[in-house]
Ligand binder design. Sequence first.
Ligand SMILES: NC(=O)c1ccc[n+]([C@@H]2O[C@H](COP(=O)([O-])OP(=O)(O)OC[C@H]3O[C@@H](n4cnc5c(N)ncnc54)[C@H](OP(=O)(O)O)[C@@H]3O)[C@@H](O)[C@H]2O)c1
Length: 217
Amino acid sequence: MSFFVTSKVWNCDHGYDETMAAFDKSLQKLGLDYLDLYLIHWPSDHYIETWQAMEELQKAGKVKSIGVSNFKEHHLEDLMAHTDVKPVIDQVETHPYFQQKELVKYLHDHDIAHEAWSPMGRGSDGIFEDTVLKAIAAKHHKTVAQVILRWHIQRKTVVIPKSIHQARLKENIDIFDFELTNEDMQKIAELDTGKRIYRDPDDKEFLEKTANTPLPD
Ligand SMILES: NC(=O)c1ccc[n+]([C@@H]2O[C@H](COP(=O)([O-])OP(=O)(O)OC[C@H]3O[C@@H](n4cnc5c(N)ncnc54)[C@H](OP(=O)(O)O)[C@@H]3O)[C@@H](O)[C@H]2O)c1
Protein backbone atom coordinates (compact mmCIF):
# COMPACT_ATOMS: atom_id res chain seq x y z
CA MET A 1 0.00 0.00 0.00
CA SER A 2 1.26 3.47 -0.74
CA PHE A 3 0.32 6.71 0.98
CA PHE A 4 0.21 10.25 -0.34
CA VAL A 5 0.99 12.55 2.57
CA THR A 6 -0.13 16.19 2.59
CA SER A 7 0.38 18.72 5.36
CA LYS A 8 -0.33 22.41 5.65
CA VAL A 9 1.41 25.36 7.24
CA TRP A 10 -0.89 26.96 9.79
CA ASN A 11 -1.65 30.70 10.01
CA CYS A 12 0.58 31.42 13.01
CA ASP A 13 3.62 29.95 11.23
CA HIS A 14 3.69 32.33 8.26
CA GLY A 15 7.02 33.91 7.29
CA TYR A 16 10.21 32.34 5.90
CA ASP A 17 11.92 31.12 9.09
CA GLU A 18 8.64 30.23 10.77
CA THR A 19 7.61 28.04 7.82
CA MET A 20 10.97 26.24 7.77
CA ALA A 21 10.59 25.48 11.49
CA ALA A 22 6.93 24.41 11.16
CA PHE A 23 7.81 22.09 8.27
CA ASP A 24 10.61 20.41 10.22
CA LYS A 25 8.29 19.95 13.18
CA SER A 26 5.63 18.33 10.98
CA LEU A 27 8.15 15.96 9.39
CA GLN A 28 9.44 15.01 12.80
CA LYS A 29 5.94 14.37 14.16
CA LEU A 30 5.06 12.27 11.13
CA GLY A 31 8.35 10.35 11.28
CA LEU A 32 9.00 11.02 7.58
CA ASP A 33 11.91 12.46 5.63
CA TYR A 34 9.79 14.14 2.95
CA LEU A 35 6.17 15.09 2.20
CA ASP A 36 4.29 14.56 -1.05
CA LEU A 37 2.47 17.88 -0.81
CA TYR A 38 2.74 20.93 1.44
CA LEU A 39 0.06 23.64 1.41
CA ILE A 40 -0.45 27.13 2.81
CA HIS A 41 -3.59 26.59 4.90
CA TRP A 42 -5.07 30.11 4.61
CA PRO A 43 -3.92 33.34 2.90
CA SER A 44 -2.84 35.03 6.15
CA ASP A 45 -0.31 37.89 6.13
CA HIS A 46 3.22 37.09 4.86
CA TYR A 47 2.11 34.25 2.59
CA ILE A 48 4.70 35.39 0.01
CA GLU A 49 7.58 34.74 2.45
CA THR A 50 5.90 31.48 3.44
CA TRP A 51 5.78 30.44 -0.20
CA GLN A 52 9.45 31.37 -0.74
CA ALA A 53 10.35 28.98 2.09
CA MET A 54 8.21 26.29 0.47
CA GLU A 55 10.01 26.83 -2.85
CA GLU A 56 13.30 26.19 -1.03
CA LEU A 57 11.90 23.08 0.65
CA GLN A 58 10.88 21.77 -2.75
CA LYS A 59 14.31 22.54 -4.24
CA ALA A 60 15.91 20.64 -1.35
CA GLY A 61 13.71 17.61 -2.11
CA LYS A 62 11.95 17.77 1.24
CA VAL A 63 8.55 18.14 -0.43
CA LYS A 64 7.56 16.86 -3.87
CA SER A 65 4.89 19.47 -4.63
CA ILE A 66 3.68 22.73 -3.13
CA GLY A 67 0.23 24.28 -3.20
CA VAL A 68 -2.26 26.44 -1.37
CA SER A 69 -5.58 26.19 0.41
CA ASN A 70 -8.38 28.73 0.72
CA PHE A 71 -6.81 31.01 -1.86
CA LYS A 72 -9.16 33.10 -3.98
CA GLU A 73 -8.26 34.30 -7.46
CA HIS A 74 -6.79 37.59 -6.17
CA HIS A 75 -4.55 35.75 -3.67
CA LEU A 76 -3.29 33.47 -6.46
CA GLU A 77 -2.66 36.40 -8.78
CA ASP A 78 -0.65 38.15 -6.06
CA LEU A 79 1.30 35.00 -5.17
CA MET A 80 2.16 34.20 -8.78
CA ALA A 81 3.20 37.80 -9.49
CA HIS A 82 5.73 37.79 -6.64
CA THR A 83 7.16 34.25 -6.62
CA ASP A 84 8.72 31.76 -9.02
CA VAL A 85 6.86 28.46 -8.63
CA LYS A 86 3.16 28.17 -9.51
CA PRO A 87 1.02 26.30 -6.94
CA VAL A 88 0.07 22.82 -8.18
CA ILE A 89 -3.24 22.83 -6.33
CA ASP A 90 -5.76 24.99 -4.45
CA GLN A 91 -7.75 23.17 -1.75
CA VAL A 92 -10.98 25.10 -1.13
CA GLU A 93 -14.44 24.54 0.32
CA THR A 94 -16.49 22.98 -2.47
CA HIS A 95 -19.69 20.91 -2.45
CA PRO A 96 -22.98 20.90 -4.37
CA TYR A 97 -24.32 23.78 -2.26
CA PHE A 98 -21.11 25.84 -2.73
CA GLN A 99 -19.66 25.04 -6.12
CA GLN A 100 -17.03 27.75 -6.64
CA LYS A 101 -17.81 27.84 -10.38
CA GLU A 102 -15.72 30.93 -11.20
CA LEU A 103 -12.72 29.87 -9.12
CA VAL A 104 -12.82 26.35 -10.60
CA LYS A 105 -12.76 27.85 -14.11
CA TYR A 106 -9.84 30.12 -13.13
CA LEU A 107 -7.91 27.15 -11.70
CA HIS A 108 -8.50 25.02 -14.79
CA ASP A 109 -7.50 27.91 -17.07
CA HIS A 110 -4.24 28.27 -15.12
CA ASP A 111 -3.54 24.54 -14.95
CA ILE A 112 -3.84 24.49 -11.14
CA ALA A 113 -5.64 21.45 -9.73
CA HIS A 114 -8.83 22.11 -7.80
CA GLU A 115 -9.22 20.16 -4.55
CA ALA A 116 -12.48 20.14 -2.57
CA TRP A 117 -12.45 20.28 1.20
CA SER A 118 -15.72 19.33 2.91
CA PRO A 119 -16.68 17.76 -0.44
CA MET A 120 -20.00 16.58 1.03
CA GLY A 121 -20.59 19.85 2.86
CA ARG A 122 -19.94 17.98 6.14
CA GLY A 123 -23.45 16.59 5.75
CA SER A 124 -24.88 19.96 6.77
CA ASP A 125 -28.04 21.71 5.48
CA GLY A 126 -29.66 18.31 4.87
CA ILE A 127 -27.44 17.58 1.87
CA PHE A 128 -27.75 13.79 2.27
CA GLU A 129 -31.56 14.21 2.17
CA ASP A 130 -31.60 16.51 -0.86
CA THR A 131 -34.44 15.34 -3.13
CA VAL A 132 -32.55 16.04 -6.38
CA LEU A 133 -29.47 14.14 -5.19
CA LYS A 134 -31.64 11.31 -3.83
CA ALA A 135 -33.42 10.90 -7.17
CA ILE A 136 -30.11 10.77 -9.07
CA ALA A 137 -28.72 8.30 -6.53
CA ALA A 138 -31.78 6.02 -6.84
CA LYS A 139 -31.52 6.05 -10.64
CA HIS A 140 -27.89 4.86 -10.49
CA HIS A 141 -28.42 2.49 -7.51
CA LYS A 142 -25.87 4.50 -5.55
CA THR A 143 -25.96 6.58 -2.36
CA VAL A 144 -26.16 10.37 -2.21
CA ALA A 145 -22.57 10.46 -0.90
CA GLN A 146 -21.42 8.48 -3.94
CA VAL A 147 -23.29 10.77 -6.32
CA ILE A 148 -21.70 13.87 -4.74
CA LEU A 149 -18.21 12.37 -4.92
CA ARG A 150 -18.74 11.21 -8.49
CA TRP A 151 -19.90 14.74 -9.41
CA HIS A 152 -16.60 16.10 -8.06
CA ILE A 153 -14.58 13.55 -10.05
CA GLN A 154 -16.45 14.37 -13.26
CA ARG A 155 -15.69 18.07 -12.61
CA LYS A 156 -11.99 17.04 -12.49
CA THR A 157 -11.78 17.89 -8.80
CA VAL A 158 -9.53 16.15 -6.28
CA VAL A 159 -11.69 15.02 -3.33
CA ILE A 160 -10.78 14.30 0.29
CA PRO A 161 -13.98 12.98 1.92
CA LYS A 162 -13.65 12.20 5.62
CA SER A 163 -15.27 9.32 7.51
CA ILE A 164 -14.43 7.48 10.70
CA HIS A 165 -16.50 4.46 9.55
CA GLN A 166 -14.92 1.66 7.54
CA ALA A 167 -18.14 0.92 5.63
CA ARG A 168 -18.41 4.56 4.56
CA LEU A 169 -14.75 4.69 3.56
CA LYS A 170 -15.48 1.75 1.23
CA GLU A 171 -18.68 3.38 0.00
CA ASN A 172 -16.89 6.64 -0.71
CA ILE A 173 -14.24 5.02 -2.92
CA ASP A 174 -16.77 2.86 -4.80
CA ILE A 175 -17.61 5.52 -7.37
CA PHE A 176 -15.74 4.36 -10.45
CA ASP A 177 -18.35 1.95 -11.84
CA PHE A 178 -20.96 4.50 -12.92
CA GLU A 179 -21.19 7.82 -14.69
CA LEU A 180 -23.45 10.81 -14.14
CA THR A 181 -25.17 11.99 -17.30
CA ASN A 182 -24.97 15.57 -18.57
CA GLU A 183 -28.53 16.01 -17.31
CA ASP A 184 -27.52 14.77 -13.81
CA MET A 185 -24.55 17.17 -13.85
CA GLN A 186 -26.80 20.04 -14.89
CA LYS A 187 -29.33 19.29 -12.13
CA ILE A 188 -26.54 19.28 -9.55
CA ALA A 189 -25.13 22.52 -10.99
CA GLU A 190 -28.48 24.13 -10.17
CA LEU A 191 -28.18 23.23 -6.45
CA ASP A 192 -25.50 25.88 -5.89
CA THR A 193 -26.59 28.35 -3.20
CA GLY A 194 -23.30 30.29 -3.11
CA LYS A 195 -23.35 29.90 0.68
CA ARG A 196 -20.23 28.73 2.52
CA ILE A 197 -20.36 26.49 5.57
CA TYR A 198 -17.10 27.95 6.90
CA ARG A 199 -15.02 31.14 6.77
CA ASP A 200 -14.50 33.37 3.79
CA PRO A 201 -10.75 33.58 2.99
CA ASP A 202 -11.10 37.38 2.99
CA ASP A 203 -12.37 37.37 6.60
CA LYS A 204 -9.59 39.53 8.11
CA GLU A 205 -10.76 39.10 11.69
CA PHE A 206 -10.56 35.29 11.37
CA LEU A 207 -7.13 35.47 9.70
CA GLU A 208 -5.75 37.82 12.37
CA LYS A 209 -7.15 35.79 15.24
CA THR A 210 -5.84 32.47 13.90
CA ALA A 211 -2.44 34.02 13.12
CA ASN A 212 -2.09 34.37 16.88
CA THR A 213 -3.44 30.94 17.76
CA PRO A 214 -1.01 28.03 17.53
CA LEU A 215 -2.53 24.62 16.82
CA PRO A 216 -2.37 22.20 19.76
CA ASP A 217 0.57 19.74 19.60
N1 LIG B 1 -8.20 23.23 4.02
C1 LIG B 1 -9.11 23.53 4.90
O1 LIG B 1 -9.21 24.68 5.36
C2 LIG B 1 -10.08 22.48 5.37
C3 LIG B 1 -11.21 22.86 6.09
C4 LIG B 1 -12.11 21.88 6.50
C5 LIG B 1 -11.89 20.54 6.17
N2 LIG B 1 -10.76 20.21 5.49
C6 LIG B 1 -10.49 18.79 5.17
O2 LIG B 1 -11.50 18.27 4.30
C7 LIG B 1 -11.67 16.87 4.55
C8 LIG B 1 -13.13 16.51 4.60
O3 LIG B 1 -13.89 17.54 5.11
P1 LIG B 1 -15.01 17.44 6.24
O4 LIG B 1 -14.76 16.34 7.18
O5 LIG B 1 -15.13 18.81 6.79
O6 LIG B 1 -16.35 17.20 5.39
P2 LIG B 1 -16.96 16.03 4.46
O7 LIG B 1 -15.94 15.04 4.06
O8 LIG B 1 -17.76 16.75 3.43
O9 LIG B 1 -18.04 15.37 5.43
C9 LIG B 1 -17.69 14.57 6.51
C10 LIG B 1 -18.98 14.18 7.22
O10 LIG B 1 -19.77 13.33 6.39
C11 LIG B 1 -19.97 12.09 7.03
N3 LIG B 1 -19.87 11.04 6.01
C12 LIG B 1 -18.74 10.63 5.37
N4 LIG B 1 -19.04 9.69 4.45
C13 LIG B 1 -20.38 9.52 4.50
C14 LIG B 1 -21.28 8.67 3.80
N5 LIG B 1 -20.87 7.84 2.84
N6 LIG B 1 -22.61 8.74 4.12
C15 LIG B 1 -23.04 9.58 5.08
N7 LIG B 1 -22.24 10.41 5.78
C16 LIG B 1 -20.91 10.37 5.49
C17 LIG B 1 -18.90 11.98 8.09
O11 LIG B 1 -19.37 11.25 9.19
P3 LIG B 1 -18.57 9.94 9.79
O12 LIG B 1 -17.14 10.36 9.97
O13 LIG B 1 -19.30 9.68 11.06
O14 LIG B 1 -18.73 8.87 8.75
C18 LIG B 1 -18.71 13.45 8.50
O15 LIG B 1 -19.71 13.83 9.42
C19 LIG B 1 -10.93 16.57 5.85
O16 LIG B 1 -9.74 15.89 5.49
C20 LIG B 1 -10.57 17.93 6.41
O17 LIG B 1 -9.36 17.96 7.10
C21 LIG B 1 -9.86 21.15 5.06
